[in-house]
Design a protein around this ligand. Structure first.
Ligand code: ADP
Ligand code: ADP
Length: 226
């Protein structure tokens, strides 16, 4: 079933030069366990769309449903992964992973066990007491993902999550993260400007195109060769 439904989303920014039509009539949904990618050139509205889906930015038109309900305030259960992993250098990997739970005031015994279990499953248990700067870029991204997973999000939003990594690392890491997300059966949306990354990772690709006159076209491409 559908985890996220995006209905006719539109976004107009007011600026000194007038109105900027960042998004118009955006319509798609993401199913359970599906990995969807939003790809398009710089300025086509990817960040805007992701902010709207996360609930941080109210759209000027349309609505977003999370498991059939409108997302409001803190009720949303969304995991975010960004280009920079935002691990705290003075906290150990384990302490960093518990941080997401601390923010939600939800550090139960079960949650701690789940954190340790995820560390074991995804090869970071030996590094639980290490500090982030003792890990490779790929391991750091994995730790950032585990920190998000322990909060049990309904959907994962990845905003150019691999763009800061060098090409070789990026291939390995994106494959690694993809495998984890699929194993955990999470719905995910990856935003990227890299069409190759988008196609190699996603089950479905939504292309936002930038056209003169701020008309937005959305092509929903179903990939079936996986
Ligand atoms: P992308 O992430 O694809 O690069 P953005 O969502 O950042 O695209 O931007 C889409 C359009 O909206 C651009 O024309 C950008 O200049 C404009 N825009 C983004 N944020 C704002 C803002 N806060 N105020 C005014 N215009 C904005
Ligand atoms: P990744 O694909 O996660 O970036 P690397 O190729 O950088 O992995 O590292 C391969 C392995 O080498 C890791 O799984 C880890 O066991 C070890 N490793 C890499 N960097 C470090 C480090 N700074 N300290 C300790 N071990 C490391």
């Amino acid at each position: 079933h559908e985890v996220v439904e995006i209905h006719n989303i539109g976004m107009k920014y007011q600026s000194l030069d007038g109105e900027i039509n960042a998004l118009e009539n955006i319509d798609f949904s993401v199913r359970d366990g599906e990995f969807l990618s939003i790809v398009g050139p710089s300025g086509c509205g990817k960040s805007t769309l992701l902010s709207i889906i996360s609930g941080l930015l109210p759209a000027t038109a349309g609505r977003v449903l999370l498991k059939g309900k409108r997302i409001t305030g803190t009720s949303r259960k969304i995991g975010y992964m960004l280009q920079k992993d935002h691990l705290f250098e003075w906290r150990t990997i384990y302490q960093n992973i518990l941080l997401g739970l601390e923010i939600q005031k939800n550090v139960s015994k079960n949650a701690k066990e789940r954190a340790l279990e995820l560390l074991k499953t995804y090869g970071l248990y030996e590094f639980r007491n290490a500090f982030p700067n003792q890990l490779s870029g790929g391991m750091r991204q994995r730790a950032a993902l585990i920190r998000t997973l322990v909060t049990d999000p309904e959907i994962l939003l990845l905003d150019e999550a691999f763009s800061a990594l060098d090409y070789q690392t990026r291939l390995a890491v994106s494959e690694d993260i993809y495998t984890i997300i699929k194993k955990e059966n999470k719905a995910a949306i990856l935003v990227t400007h890299d069409i190759a990354e988008s196609i190699s990772m996603a089950d479905r690709v939504v292309v936002l195109s930038k056209r003169p006159g701020t008309v937005k076209n959305i092509y929903d491409i179903q990939l079936s060769c996986k």
